[in-house]
Design a protein around this ligand. Structure first.
Ligand code: CTP
Ligand code: CA
Length: 233
Protein backbone atom coordinates (compact mmCIF):
# COMPACT_ATOMS: atom_id res chain seq x y z
CA UNK A 1 0.00 0.00 0.00
CA UNK A 2 2.88 2.29 0.87
CA UNK A 3 4.23 1.87 -2.69
CA UNK A 4 1.15 3.51 -4.19
CA UNK A 5 1.62 6.54 -1.97
CA UNK A 6 5.29 7.12 -2.81
CA UNK A 7 6.06 10.59 -4.15
CA UNK A 8 7.65 10.88 -7.63
CA UNK A 9 9.85 13.69 -6.36
CA UNK A 10 13.05 12.19 -7.79
CA UNK A 11 11.66 11.96 -11.35
CA UNK A 12 14.41 12.73 -13.85
CA UNK A 13 17.11 12.88 -11.17
CA UNK A 14 20.25 10.74 -11.39
CA UNK A 15 21.42 9.10 -8.20
CA UNK A 16 24.31 6.79 -7.37
CA UNK A 17 24.18 4.37 -4.44
CA UNK A 18 27.07 2.18 -3.30
CA UNK A 19 26.15 -0.94 -1.37
CA UNK A 20 27.65 -4.02 0.22
CA UNK A 21 31.12 -4.65 1.53
CA UNK A 22 34.38 -4.52 -0.39
CA UNK A 23 36.93 -7.32 -0.34
CA UNK A 24 40.69 -6.86 -0.44
CA UNK A 25 42.52 -9.77 -1.99
CA UNK A 26 45.12 -11.50 0.17
CA UNK A 27 46.00 -14.44 -2.08
CA UNK A 28 44.11 -16.44 -4.73
CA UNK A 29 41.86 -18.06 -2.11
CA UNK A 30 41.55 -15.43 0.65
CA UNK A 31 40.44 -11.88 1.23
CA UNK A 32 39.86 -9.30 3.95
CA UNK A 33 36.17 -8.49 4.11
CA UNK A 34 33.51 -7.09 6.38
CA UNK A 35 30.00 -7.88 7.55
CA UNK A 36 27.96 -5.52 5.39
CA UNK A 37 25.02 -7.34 3.79
CA UNK A 38 24.10 -4.61 1.30
CA UNK A 39 20.48 -4.54 2.40
CA UNK A 40 20.45 -0.85 3.37
CA UNK A 41 22.04 0.19 0.07
CA UNK A 42 19.60 -1.94 -1.88
CA UNK A 43 16.68 -0.39 0.00
CA UNK A 44 18.01 3.07 -0.90
CA UNK A 45 18.29 2.10 -4.57
CA UNK A 46 14.83 0.51 -4.66
CA UNK A 47 13.11 3.46 -3.00
CA UNK A 48 14.87 6.00 -5.24
CA UNK A 49 13.79 4.08 -8.35
CA UNK A 50 10.21 3.94 -7.04
CA UNK A 51 10.34 7.72 -6.56
CA UNK A 52 11.34 8.18 -10.20
CA UNK A 53 15.14 8.48 -10.06
CA UNK A 54 17.57 7.00 -12.55
CA UNK A 55 19.61 4.80 -10.21
CA UNK A 56 23.13 3.41 -10.58
CA UNK A 57 23.80 0.82 -7.87
CA UNK A 58 27.50 0.09 -7.39
CA UNK A 59 27.47 -3.11 -5.47
CA UNK A 60 30.20 -5.09 -3.71
CA UNK A 61 29.48 -8.72 -2.80
CA UNK A 62 25.74 -8.60 -2.48
CA UNK A 63 25.19 -11.73 -4.57
CA UNK A 64 22.50 -13.09 -2.26
CA UNK A 65 20.23 -10.07 -2.80
CA UNK A 66 17.75 -9.78 -5.69
CA UNK A 67 18.61 -6.83 -7.96
CA UNK A 68 16.31 -3.87 -7.22
CA UNK A 69 13.85 -3.18 -10.04
CA UNK A 70 14.80 -0.23 -12.19
CA UNK A 71 18.40 0.19 -11.02
CA UNK A 72 21.53 -0.20 -13.17
CA UNK A 73 23.69 -2.67 -11.26
CA UNK A 74 27.49 -2.31 -11.40
CA UNK A 75 29.18 -5.20 -9.57
CA UNK A 76 32.59 -4.51 -8.01
CA UNK A 77 34.88 -6.23 -5.52
CA UNK A 78 37.70 -4.14 -4.03
CA UNK A 79 37.65 -0.62 -2.62
CA UNK A 80 39.67 0.57 -5.63
CA UNK A 81 37.09 -0.87 -8.05
CA UNK A 82 34.20 0.57 -6.08
CA UNK A 83 35.86 4.00 -6.05
CA UNK A 84 36.42 3.99 -9.81
CA UNK A 85 32.83 2.92 -10.53
CA UNK A 86 31.32 5.47 -8.14
CA UNK A 87 33.49 8.30 -9.50
CA UNK A 88 32.44 7.49 -13.07
CA UNK A 89 28.73 7.33 -12.23
CA UNK A 90 28.93 10.44 -10.00
CA UNK A 91 30.00 12.67 -12.88
CA UNK A 92 26.43 13.44 -13.93
CA UNK A 93 24.65 12.53 -10.70
CA UNK A 94 22.46 14.80 -8.55
CA UNK A 95 22.95 12.68 -5.42
CA UNK A 96 25.62 10.17 -4.38
CA UNK A 97 24.98 7.93 -1.37
CA UNK A 98 27.92 5.96 0.01
CA UNK A 99 26.17 3.15 1.86
CA UNK A 100 28.91 0.60 1.11
CA UNK A 101 31.32 -0.58 3.79
CA UNK A 102 34.65 0.29 2.16
CA UNK A 103 37.86 -1.35 3.35
CA UNK A 104 40.14 1.20 5.00
CA UNK A 105 43.23 -0.89 4.23
CA UNK A 106 44.48 -3.31 1.58
CA UNK A 107 47.30 -5.85 1.76
CA UNK A 108 50.52 -4.53 0.25
CA UNK A 109 52.03 -6.42 -2.66
CA UNK A 110 50.82 -8.97 -5.16
CA UNK A 111 50.60 -12.57 -3.99
CA UNK A 112 49.86 -14.89 -6.90
CA UNK A 113 50.12 -18.10 -4.90
CA UNK A 114 48.36 -19.43 -1.82
CA UNK A 115 50.07 -18.40 1.40
CA UNK A 116 51.30 -21.64 3.06
CA UNK A 117 52.06 -22.32 6.68
CA UNK A 118 55.38 -23.84 7.56
CA UNK A 119 57.00 -25.25 10.68
CA UNK A 120 60.37 -23.91 9.56
CA UNK A 121 59.44 -20.31 8.70
CA UNK A 122 57.99 -17.60 10.95
CA UNK A 123 54.25 -16.93 10.75
CA UNK A 124 53.48 -14.34 8.08
CA UNK A 125 52.69 -10.73 8.96
CA UNK A 126 50.25 -8.95 6.66
CA UNK A 127 51.33 -5.43 5.80
CA UNK A 128 48.45 -3.06 5.06
CA UNK A 129 48.29 0.23 3.16
CA UNK A 130 45.55 2.88 3.47
CA UNK A 131 42.87 3.01 0.80
CA UNK A 132 41.80 6.47 -0.36
CA UNK A 133 38.66 7.97 1.13
CA UNK A 134 36.13 7.79 -1.71
CA UNK A 135 33.51 9.86 0.12
CA UNK A 136 35.90 12.68 1.03
CA UNK A 137 37.18 12.75 -2.57
CA UNK A 138 33.58 12.91 -3.89
CA UNK A 139 32.93 15.91 -1.65
CA UNK A 140 36.09 17.61 -2.85
CA UNK A 141 35.34 17.10 -6.56
CA UNK A 142 31.56 17.39 -6.60
CA UNK A 143 29.81 19.45 -9.21
CA UNK A 144 27.61 22.43 -8.31
CA UNK A 145 24.54 21.43 -6.34
CA UNK A 146 25.44 17.77 -6.07
CA UNK A 147 24.38 16.20 -2.76
CA UNK A 148 26.77 13.73 -1.11
CA UNK A 149 25.54 11.39 1.61
CA UNK A 150 27.71 9.25 3.87
CA UNK A 151 26.99 6.41 6.27
CA UNK A 152 28.72 5.74 9.55
CA UNK A 153 28.47 2.64 11.65
CA UNK A 154 29.70 3.59 15.08
CA UNK A 155 30.10 2.11 18.51
CA UNK A 156 30.65 4.29 21.55
CA UNK A 157 34.08 4.02 23.17
CA UNK A 158 36.06 5.76 25.93
CA UNK A 159 36.66 8.70 23.56
CA UNK A 160 32.99 9.45 23.01
CA UNK A 161 29.44 8.33 22.31
CA UNK A 162 28.07 7.16 18.96
CA UNK A 163 26.79 10.69 18.28
CA UNK A 164 30.08 12.35 19.29
CA UNK A 165 31.96 10.21 16.79
CA UNK A 166 29.33 10.82 14.13
CA UNK A 167 29.38 14.61 14.48
CA UNK A 168 33.16 14.58 14.18
CA UNK A 169 32.96 12.33 11.13
CA UNK A 170 30.42 14.59 9.39
CA UNK A 171 32.81 17.54 9.80
CA UNK A 172 35.84 15.52 8.71
CA UNK A 173 34.16 14.15 5.57
CA UNK A 174 32.39 17.37 4.61
CA UNK A 175 29.32 15.58 3.21
CA UNK A 176 25.82 17.10 3.23
CA UNK A 177 24.17 14.29 5.16
CA UNK A 178 25.51 11.52 7.36
CA UNK A 179 23.39 8.54 8.36
CA UNK A 180 24.57 7.12 11.65
CA UNK A 181 23.90 3.57 12.78
CA UNK A 182 24.77 2.30 16.22
CA UNK A 183 26.43 -1.09 15.67
CA UNK A 184 27.66 -3.96 17.78
CA UNK A 185 25.75 -6.57 19.75
CA UNK A 186 23.62 -7.66 16.82
CA UNK A 187 22.54 -4.13 15.85
CA UNK A 188 22.27 -3.17 12.16
CA UNK A 189 24.48 -5.76 10.43
CA UNK A 190 22.57 -8.43 8.50
CA UNK A 191 19.28 -7.37 10.06
CA UNK A 192 16.05 -6.25 8.42
CA UNK A 193 15.61 -3.20 10.62
CA UNK A 194 17.76 -0.16 11.16
CA UNK A 195 17.79 2.81 13.49
CA UNK A 196 20.07 5.80 14.08
CA UNK A 197 20.36 9.48 13.32
CA UNK A 198 20.44 11.62 10.22
CA UNK A 199 22.92 14.46 10.67
CA UNK A 200 23.03 17.40 8.26
CA UNK A 201 25.92 19.75 7.53
CA UNK A 202 23.79 22.69 8.75
CA UNK A 203 23.64 21.10 12.20
CA UNK A 204 20.15 19.59 11.92
CA UNK A 205 19.86 16.21 13.65
CA UNK A 206 16.97 13.84 13.10
CA UNK A 207 16.43 10.66 15.09
CA UNK A 208 15.53 7.76 12.79
CA UNK A 209 13.15 5.43 14.62
CA UNK A 210 13.68 1.66 14.50
CA UNK A 211 12.05 0.49 11.31
CA UNK A 212 12.48 -1.28 8.00
CA UNK A 213 15.54 -0.33 5.94
CA UNK A 214 13.11 1.00 3.31
CA UNK A 215 11.80 3.50 5.87
CA UNK A 216 15.30 4.70 6.66
CA UNK A 217 15.83 4.99 2.90
CA UNK A 218 12.70 7.14 2.58
CA UNK A 219 13.98 9.45 5.34
CA UNK A 220 17.31 9.85 3.51
CA UNK A 221 15.62 10.62 0.16
CA UNK A 222 13.24 13.09 1.82
CA UNK A 223 16.24 15.00 3.19
CA UNK A 224 18.18 14.77 -0.10
CA UNK A 225 15.13 16.02 -2.04
CA UNK A 226 14.81 18.99 0.33
CA UNK A 227 18.49 19.86 -0.26
CA UNK A 228 17.94 19.56 -4.02
CA UNK A 229 15.09 22.02 -3.67
CA UNK A 230 12.51 19.57 -4.98
CA UNK A 231 8.93 20.60 -4.22
CA UNK A 232 7.41 18.19 -1.70
CA UNK A 233 4.89 16.01 -3.56
N1 CTP B 1 34.19 5.54 2.99
C1 CTP B 1 34.76 5.79 1.76
N2 CTP B 1 36.05 5.40 1.49
C2 CTP B 1 36.78 4.77 2.43
C3 CTP B 1 36.21 4.51 3.71
C4 CTP B 1 34.91 4.90 3.95
O1 CTP B 1 34.10 6.38 0.91
N3 CTP B 1 38.03 4.40 2.15
C5 CTP B 1 32.81 6.00 3.24
C6 CTP B 1 31.81 4.93 3.62
O2 CTP B 1 31.18 4.43 2.46
C7 CTP B 1 30.84 5.70 4.50
C8 CTP B 1 31.71 6.76 5.15
O3 CTP B 1 32.88 6.87 4.33
O4 CTP B 1 29.85 6.37 3.75
C9 CTP B 1 32.09 6.49 6.55
O5 CTP B 1 32.78 5.27 6.62
P1 CTP B 1 33.49 4.90 7.97
O6 CTP B 1 34.19 3.59 7.83
O7 CTP B 1 32.48 5.05 9.07
O8 CTP B 1 34.51 6.13 8.11
P2 CTP B 1 36.07 6.19 8.16
O9 CTP B 1 36.45 7.57 7.73
O10 CTP B 1 36.68 5.05 7.42
O11 CTP B 1 36.39 6.12 9.72
P3 CTP B 1 36.64 4.85 10.69
O12 CTP B 1 38.07 5.00 11.10
O13 CTP B 1 35.67 5.08 11.81
O14 CTP B 1 36.39 3.58 9.96
CA1 CA C 1 36.26 2.83 7.82
Amino acid sequence: ARGDALPRDLEGRRVVVSAGGTRERLDPVRHLGNRSSGKQGYALARVAAQRGAHVTLVSAHTDALPAPAGADLVPVSSAAELGAAVDAAARDADVVVMAAAVADFRPVGEVDHKIKKSDDAPDPVIELARNRDILADLVQHRRDGQIVVGFAAETGDPHGSVLDHARAKLKRKGCDLLVVNAVGDGKAFETEDNTGWLLAADGAEERIPLGAKSELAATVWDAAARLLGVDPA
